[in-house]
Design a protein around this ligand. Sequence first.
Ligand SMILES: [Zn+2]
Length: 140
Amino acid sequence: MSKLSAVKGDLAKLDRHKLELSRPGVFILYKSNLGPPHYVGRDEVSMYLGMGEFRNNPDYKYYKFLPCKTGDDAYKWECIYWHTGQNTLDNSAERGGKHPKRPAGSTVKCPFPGCTADHDLDIEITAVVLDDPSEGSSEE
Ligand SMILES: [Zn+2]
């Protein structure tokens, strides 16, 4: 079972040679050492690359990370942390953030109880298929 890192790292000193960061996973950013989580993100290739975008952002000082085996796993954990962090996250739904997007081409579902984000996606995908004008018209 994957586990969130126990100790916060210093985002400004993010080490690209740290092997555990060169894997898919979820990262959580903090503004202070004792404060609540303020951002949840993931990278399906390398957490180092995902967090690198925030390294020079003065809002965020510390990070924790959770290595995952696959992009789908990273998505599921990102969903869980995103849902449970709604009160303090800068990218919460209330503060203009969006529900995490599932990996391209994946059918993985958000594991958070009662969440319907993926159901909306299913409807959109179905609608696109049903409205495909190339179907039928070629037989006329
Ligand atoms: Zn969800």
